[in-house]
Design a protein around this ligand. Sequence first.
Ligand SMILES: [Zn+2]
Length: 294
Amino acid sequence: MSICKICGAENHKGILNCLECGWDLNKYILSPYGLAQERKSKLKWAKDLWTKNDKNEYEIKILQQEIEALKSKFKTLRQEKREIESTLKQEIKDLNSKIETLTQEKQKIESNRYQKVDLYNERKNIDFPQLEEFLKKKKWEEADKETHYLILEIYNTHKIGYIRKKDFLDRFAPLPYLKKIDELWFEYSEEMFGFKIQWSIYKDKLSQHRFSYLNNEPEAHSFNEFEQQVGWRCKRDYPISYKEIIEQILNGKGKRGQLPILRVGEGDTHERIRIHNFLKIFGSSAYYNCQIAE
Ligand SMILES: [Zn+2]
């Protein structure tokens, strides 16, 4: 057993170089040759150690560089992750806000629809007593103004003062009212007045003009002829005033389909254009496409 002078490891007898550090354990003969041998061996040991150390240092340096590169890569990845997270968070936030807006809009639409349906349900059993009374007494002007008032109420457009095209889109809620109003007019005027009569006159005009090659505005043309026939206009460009219309009727010179006009005050063609739209949609939805009426 011999103990290494360099690293202190215990080596078995007969081992020439320390198994731990490689130190030369030989006992050299005290002679010039022996000393030279020993010196040579120790130099080699030192040289090997140096080379090994140098190599280790180089490897450590390479490893350190690799670690640095990995660290930097990790940092970049972490930054990217943060950015993606932040983008995703913003997108989620935007989507949530959109969902909220859409939900609110949906609720609004639903509540509006609910209100319209409710309006109908609430007044379902009312027979429009005021209108009926005017019509019964043949107070045509009052009945006409009451009709205008009721229509505005049904469509909830009092503030605007007339019915908009988009109000017609929900055709199911007000149709029973319109039909009821129409029936009252039809009954008490002895089948002279009402929307249904107006629509049938207008429809006839439309079918006459719809396929005419000479006429590129069949609707306007048809409506103009309709106005002349029901006594709203005496010639193409001469509208008759509301007062005159009422006087004609009261004097027994009224025309079929002349009422209701759905307007109040003195004549104004713009008002009638609105009736034009009303008739078109009333006619086409209530008496044309739907199976509500006969
Ligand atoms: Zn040793």
